[in-house]
Design a protein around this ligand. Structure first.
Ligand SMILES: Nc1ncnc2c1ncn2[C@@H]1O[C@H](COP(=O)(O)OP(=O)(O)OP(=O)(O)O)[C@@H](O)[C@H]1O
Length: 377
């Protein structure tokens, strides 16, 4: 248990005022979406970072944006925050221009590697930044929610990656925002801290606040968000619940103990030839078949390898859906667009907009090390 768990429920806190999401609204006022993007487009030189994104996020929604490196997640966030101007299309936040919503303290943001004041103690950074907001949360409240109590006197340049993320989270909470934009918020946090972070977030959003977060962690998106938007090469390729997105991928996986399919050892090539099999992987001591027709595959498998045991049949994982959705988009792209071939330009990755940690992040939903996996098709 960490101090995140010790934060009292929101309703009991002194900082509570009007319920989030309705600040300034009257009973008769129409409810505006928290975020509305229309035809949002941004190009950097030859790189079409965001290509006509339409998205509406209602107040109180928790939405994850998933996408491979370079998909445009950060650029969309930057346009929602008014840090980057779109070339075409528009972004509105609570019906306002992004800068106006940010100035009014209605938006809090936690950006990748957002710069922290150097040579300053954590507590001083919080006090200083608090002075910039019209209706900030109390300092103690922010400290408790972000679990900063143990390193308030630490200088920012001495913080670990996970601690720095918690400070960025605290700064995002300071304006007592109705909308939180979080760009890969849990990068650098260990599993326990990450869980506690999301518990704290749920508590903070219980009163109807809206959260939009970008992540590479598929399981995190599935567990935390009610809605997942998948971006690939600047476009939305899927939008729905985790279950809806999983269902976009036909097929199941069939796995079995590798040592059970014959004295001569595994024969993955033969498995790959079974009806319905789209691919075979070795994961540790098991073989996993991806099948588009699991009934047919299973019958053929048992006929060919009667000793096969420990067989498990599972529906597609979100990760499979993600890979399928984003790679289908790639194929599309090669046909209709060669502007974006080098969609990760080096200049951009040498600036501090992207931190190195982030690019080294593995998908949490990988149950096994990549080294433990071998693909046969
Ligand atoms: N300031 C910039 N200058 C030049 N190119 C940029 C800039 N910002 C983004 N890009 C390019 O736009 C594309 C989208 O980048 P973006 O950072 O939005 O993607 P992302 O989905 O957040 O990626 P990642 O998961 O790697 O953070 C990439 O090809 C990137 O190199």
């Amino acid at each position: 248990m960490t101090a995140f768990d010790l934060v009292p429920p929101r309703a009991a806190r002194a900082s509570d005022r009007a319920p989030a999401g309705v600040r300034g609204a009257t009973a008769a006022a129409p409810v505006r979406p928290a975020v509305r993007l229309r035809g949002l487009t941004k190009t950097y030189g030859r790189v079409r970072a965001v290509r006509g994104v339409d998205l509406s996020i209602g107040s109180g929604e928790i939405v994850a944006v998933l996408g491979p490196n370079g998909a445009g997640k950060s650029t969309v966030n930057e346009m929602i925050l008014g840090l980057v101007s779109p070339d075409a299309g528009s972004a509105e936040v609570f019906g306002l221009a992004p800068q106006a919503a940010v100035r009014a303290g209605r938006v809090g943001a936690m950006l990748q590697a957002g710069a922290l004041l150097s040579d300053a103690r954590v507590i001083d950074v919080i006090r200083l930044m608090r002075g910039l907001h019209a209706h900030p949360l109390p300092v103690d409240d922010v400290i408790a929610r972000a679990d900063l109590g143990d390193f308030l006197k630490t200088k920012t340049d001495k913080l670990s990656g996970g601690q720095a993320q918690r400070l960025r989270y605290a700064l995002a909470l300071l304006p007592d925002p109705e909308l939180l934009i979080l760009d890969e918020p849990t990068v650098g946090m260990d599993v326990e801290v990450r869980r506690a972070f999301w518990r704290s977030m749920r508590d903070f959003t219980a009163a109807g606040r809206t959260v939009l977060f970008a992540t590479h962690y598929l399981e995190e998106a599935d567990q935390v968000a009610e809605r997942i938007v998948v971006l690939a090469q600047g476009r939305i390729v899927a939008d729905g619940t985790g279950a809806e997105i999983r269902s976009r991928v036909a097929g199941r996986t069939i796995s079995l103990a590798e040592d059970s399919i014959g004295g001569g050892g595994p024969n993955p090539t033969e498995l790959a030839g079974l009806p319905g099999v789209a691919g075979v992987e070795r994961i540790g001591a098991r073989l996993q078949l991806h099948s588009t027709d699991s009934d047919h595959t299973l019958r053929a498998l048992l006929a060919a390898f009667p000793a096969a045991r420990d067989i498990e049949v599972a529906s597609a994982k979100l990760e499979d859906a993600f890979l399928s959705l984003t790679s289908a988009q790639n194929i599309d792209h090669h046909n209709d667009d060669h502007h974006n071939d080098d969609h990760h330009n080096d200049d951009h990755h040498n600036d501090d907009h992207h931190n190195d940690d982030h690019h080294n992040v593995d998908h949490e939903s990988d149950d096994h090390d990549a080294a433990d996996r071998e693909e046969y098709r």
